[in-house]
Ligand binder design. Structure first.
Ligand SMILES: [Zn+2]
Ligand SMILES: [Zn+2]
Length: 289
């Protein structure tokens, strides 16, 4: 897929399927929505199966038995997209956890299915993370926020993930009180530096504008620190319904440019592809890491 003209190339690399139990619409409908909004490439990233129910079961994620169906749905969407000029990639939203046994089991799934793109999410609102916090007696907000970002810092070195979804998710969903990221600049910058060092991206997640503190993930100040650190970006709407595909992308591009970025990336077969924000020249085949 090499673009030889200067046509703008846009992509949305975070969306779900009904298999997770809390998203709506056939993948084909997401493709149609992308086409209507002029988006050239989308990546499905439904929630990965997790054997341990502490990561949520019903209405949180598909089971391992659903994976063949997931692949089939994405393949059908890809065929549909081919006629409309929308490329469709096969990704997954994986979990980030300090629970090494859970990570080992998840890795078997990730290895077996050869996803184009692996997002890493620390869903702190799930019982798995809340339990680890209690076990380690991390009870005040400062300790929890520090732990959240240092868990991501460690995860960046594993090579398991291509990008971290909604990297400041800890700002919403009530595990801690709302906070100003500037209070945690050191630990957040350590995470961004670790991601940059290992060639792992962070995601600009536009669903932040629809919930919580109604701000993009990550917050604009974190985006500017990421630009200073040389951390690359991916972008995703985190759509759980077709209408959300590409939501608020214009606003996101403006913020990303203001923060000092010159490009946004997507992944195909685990390879990082960079698209320039300014002239939209497409560079194929840049190696991740
Ligand atoms: Zn979801
Ligand atoms: Zn998601």
């Amino acid at each position: 897929m090499i673009r030889r003209n200067n046509k703008k190339m846009t992509f949305d690399c975070h969306m779900h399927t009904p298999l997770c139990g809390h998203a709506h619409g056939d993948p084909v409908e997401y493709v149609r929505a992308a086409h209507e909004k002029g988006i050239d490439l989308i990546t499905f990233t439904c929630h990965t199966p997790m054997a341990d129910s502490a990561f949520g079961t019903q209405k949180t994620r598909m089971t391992e038995q659903d994976l063949p169906r997931y692949k089939e749905m994405v393949s059908k969407a890809r065929e549909f997209g081919a006629d409309l000029g929308v490329s469709v990639l096969f990704g997954i939203e994986a979990e980030v956890s300090a629970d090494l046994r859970a990570m080992d089991t998840m890795d078997e799934v990730l290895d077996r299915w050869e996803f184009d793109f692996v997002l890493g999410s620390l869903h702190h609102q799930l019982p798995a993370y809340r339990t680890t916090l209690a076990q380690r007696n991390l009870r005040n907000d400062a300790a929890i926020i520090g732990d959240y970002f240092s868990t991501l810092t460690t995860a960046a070195a594993t090579g398991r993930y291509d990008s971290f979804a909604h990297p400041d998710l800890i700002r919403i969903y009530g595990t801690v009180e709302p906070f100003d990221p500037r209070q945690y600049e050191t630990v957040i910058r350590e995470f961004l530096a670790s991601a940059a060092e290992h060639g792992i991206c962070i995601e600009v997640n536009t669903s932040g504008w629809t919930k919580g503190v109604f701000e993009v993930h990550p917050a604009p100040i974190i985006l500017s620190w990421a630009a200073e650190s040389g951390t690359d970006l991916t972008i995703g709407s985190d759509s759980h319904k077709p209408e959300s595909v590409g939501q608020f992308f214009d606003r996101a591009y403006d913020l990303v440019a203001q923060a000092g970025f010159e490009s946004i990336c997507y992944f195909e077969a685990g390879m990082k592809k960079r698209v320039s924000l300014t002239d939209m020249v497409f560079t194929a085949g840049e190696k991740a890491g």
